[in-house]
Design a binder for this molecule. Structure first.
Ligand code: AP5
Ligand code: MG
Length: 200
């Protein structure tokens, strides 16, 4: 399955991706994690990325797109992948479309995790990652609503989006996601009955 996990900072994308990627046996492609790793190298590119992460601004598109393009070309992405935190801009979304179109492997699903803003701020201030200060959280949320949230329409136009209520405990959210990725099967008896009727 090829899926995009969509939702604001603090919605629970990382938390839910952990079990979901294990469950679907697909790699977890988090651009936030990849960029924190790049920043930790301390190279010139790393320092440039770090300066964006620290203030909650988006890292420039060309770098992020290059990272994702290289990652998607790796063998473990053949059966599918979960993108967490990408795409975040129109240019990233268009690049992703092009990459997937070239491979003939379109997206299957966009899971949109919906959480009210005040709950996001509470969750993030409680976590305490380097960019989880009140000021940087507000900046990340502003960037999300201005640049990333409008991308949802692009995927809604393709009927790819399923909204998931991200409030409640992680276990409750997990159950809701499970219901989307594993819709209840038609009981086999019903299938047999239908077959019998057609034959008879
Ligand atoms: P990124 O790492 O993607 O951070 P983010 O989008 O701000 O989202 P978070 O990781 O904070 O939230 P999450 O939804 O994963 O929630 P989580 O499960 O952790 O990006 C960081 C930075 O990298 C960006 O600001 C930007 O600079 C750069 N970047 C990344 N991608 C980029 C791109 N494509 N282009 C350009 N720049 C890019 O949960 C949050 C907290 O809540 C945790 O403590 C968790 O334990 C808790 N929690 C989770 N679920 C629940 C629940 N149900 N109830 C209570 N608490 C919960
Ligand atoms: Mg995350």
């Amino acid at each position: 399955m090829r899926l995009v996990f969509f939702g604001p900072p603090g919605a629970g994308k990382g938390t839910q991706s952990a079990w979901l990627t294990a469950h679907l046996a697909i790699p977890h492609l988090s651009t936030g994690e990849m960029l924190r790793a790049v920043a930790a190298t301390g190279t010139e590119v790393g320092r440039a990325a770090e300066s964006c992460l620290a203030v909650g601004r988006l890292v420039p598109d060309p770098l992020v797109i290059r990272i994702i393009e290289q990652r998607l070309a790796e063998d473990d992405c053949r059966p599918g992948f979960l993108l967490d935190g990408f795409p975040r801009t129109r240019r990233q979304a268009e690049s992703l479309d092009e990459m997937l179109a070239r491979r003939g492997t379109p997206l299957d699903l966009v899971l949109n995790l919906v959480v009210p803003e005040e709950m996001l701020v509470q969750r993030l201030t409680a976590r305490g990652r380097a960019d989880d200060t009140e000021e940087v959280i507000r900046q990340r949320l502003q960037v999300f609503y201005a640049e990333t949230a409008p991308l949802l329409q692009h995927y809604q136009d393709q009927s790819l989006v399923r909204d998931v209520d991200g409030r409640g405990t992680p276990a409750e959210v997990r159950q809701r996601i499970q219901a989307v990725v594993e819709p209840p099967q038609t009981p086999p008896e019903a299938g047999e009955e239908g077959k019998g009727k057609r034959e008879g």
